[in-house]
Design a protein around this ligand. Sequence first.
Ligand code: AMP
Length: 264
Amino acid sequence: MRTIRTVGEVRAALAGGGRIGLVPTMGALHDGHLSLFRAARAENDTVVASLFVNPTQFDDEADLGAYPRDEARDARLADGAGVDLLFAPPLEEMYPAGFQTWVEVEKASSGLEGDARPGHFRAVATVCLKLFNIVHPAHAYFGQKDAQQAAVIRRLVRDLDLPLEIRVLPTVRDADGLALSSRNVLLSAEERARALALPRALAGGAETYRLGGDAVAAARAELNGLTPDYVELLDLDGALVLAAAVQVGSIRLIDNVLLHGELR
Ligand code: AMP
């Protein structure tokens, strides 16, 4: 695996690279990211992972400052999971002086995370569009963990006729059910134990839904004292998910479960 830092180097490295699979990440890699790398490895000739902590998608300075970073570890893990090219650009490569162009996916970006984090999806959509234009992937891989993000990117691709397919893969969890997240390392042992109420509440909501009941109300009732930012239903390209965000100490966690339909 090679680590490269400029758009010019990416284009040179990928010339004649066959079908390219792209996995955008912000690093601090875990098994959730690795599952996307392996899926990309299985159906492309060349696998590119990007590693860029995109500052414009953070609405909270403290969250950006605390975001875990360890490029050497990330490079080892990506290499082991079949990545050919790690694109780790510096800030000025992605946002050159005078940068002023943004893409807004209107309806898909409203509600849930979009309301809780103003400007977040505009920044996510813009950086993903830039990555698609830099890498020209046949497939790009995203996690169900960020279900609304996947919905925003699917809409972006459809609306702007981008020549790639979006794959959405299931959320990878720890054995106790907590969804893997780069931010989990920031939880104390006590906070991590309290955070388990989130996947349990969502599982409870899904069970209630199967029995014909109100998934949102059931999940809210099982949060065990965690304060939700929201608990809501979200349509992800025909699949119905129950999504929630909670604050645990200073860390904000999101998660969701599939209620109906299939992820593609
Ligand atoms: P991030 O580095 O947090 O921006 O995530 C990069 C990609 O990995 C996104 O498409 C996420 O949805 C996905 N991802 C994050 N956590 C998980 C997880 N636990 N399981 C599967 N995919 C994940």
